[in-house]
Write a protein that binds this ligand. Sequence first.
Ligand SMILES: [Zn+2]
Length: 290
Amino acid sequence: MLVTLKELLDQAKIEKKAVGAFNGTTLESIRGIIQAAEELNCPVILQHAQSHDDMIDLEEIGPVMLYYAKRAKVPVALHLDHGSSFERCVQALRLGFTSVMYDASSKSFEENVEETAEIVKIAHAVGASVEAELGHIFTSEVVQGEGTSSDSTDDYEDLNDIYTDPRAAKEFVEKTGVDCLAVAFGTTHGVYLTEPKLDLPRVARISDAANVPLVMHGGSGVSDADYRIAIENGICKVNYYTYMNTAGGKASKEYWKDEETPLFYDSMSLAATEAIKEDVKRAIQVFQKL
Ligand SMILES: [Zn+2]
């Protein structure tokens, strides 16, 4: 059943749990995510990141995501991840998404406030929720032929410059009316190249000041112990993608390894779906304290 992000996260905040947010870029991942949530009887967030448009465009995958979200036996919020323009957010809302993230975190505080408030106004008018981001969340990338590259704590002299400031978060939430806020405290999008060093007390300070559900991006590779503290401190939504996706990749590789197996692509698709489902289940169990 389709619900808004706000409904899910306000409840999660009360229960001190987090709802997993997973990117559905393929039919295998969408089915794996929904099946995992149904088997555990837990709510889930199905999302599409603008950066995945190269793989599949929102116009193409959005209606598929909506189909699975609507017929799911558990509450599902359909969310646009990292929308970078007003037009992109409106496009998602028109497709039936119940939530959008508007990411102007690379702009000045004032511009971020002004533009996010505009998105909040239009999203709330159609009953949808808004996530915004304040601070700098690291990103690691696979660079073709050169392994991976990432920015990290070593690249910055003063982490206070890039991590979310609790007082700024309070002001941002008050001025924009956002329903939840993605915060920077040391997590990385993609693969962690070194052990993550998270500023978890900062999460509690931001939560106390801003008083909205907080969002963790870059969930793959964080230890279960760190997850538990982060969730206790106010994280109510965890974006988790990389490990789920590589679980599908590993299962596909395994499938091809056995030369006796008839090489049917649809059988491999089912093997990948199953592996994605199991990885998502493991993540949901941690986030929901099962
Ligand atoms: Zn993100």
